[in-house]
Design a protein around this ligand. Sequence first.
Ligand code: HEC
Length: 152
Amino acid sequence: MAGAPIAAAPAAATAAAQFPQPQRDYILACGGCHGLNGVSNSSLVPSLKGLVGYYLYLPEGRAYLPRLPNVAFSTLSDEQLAAVLNYMVFDIGAGSAPAGTHPYRAAEVGKWRRQPLTEVTLSEYRQRMVEILIDRYHAPAALRGYSASSGQ
Ligand code: HEC
């Protein structure tokens, strides 16, 4: 792998082709930063595995996911993006969303992605939700930081 930057993208695309569509879209559009299984390699990128569904306890958390800049500005259609978010919440985030959570629909995603958060508003918006989720919904404290493995 190392030292073959030209081959890397086609190889990833070929490997991704064997997965169902939403997972494939996740791998290609999100996995480079968030990791194929939602465990990010960088402390600057939040881990999603087993965590991301907690946001769906709050209405503003449900809106948060499609309003994230990298999500909102993705080239995927509203339909594809809804499917990716559902894959992310229910597979990668398995066990973290409240019971009975209904899946994202294209119209809902379309509405929120047109009101994207900016770098200025994002961290404050997130911090407020994260404290509520830890206090009230027993989300793990790992949600405070970006790295699930460090546990902070
Ligand atoms: C270029 C790297 C990159 C890509 C591509 C990317 N993200 Fe992110 N993502 C980030 C960063 C960095 C953050 C932290 C917030 C910010 O700065 O936007 C983030 C935040 C998030 C969060 C918030 C998690 C939390 O606990 O606050 C979710 C959910 C998310 N991204 C999902 C996605 C999905 C879904 C895609 C694909 C459609 C995607 N991201 C594509 C880098 C990326």
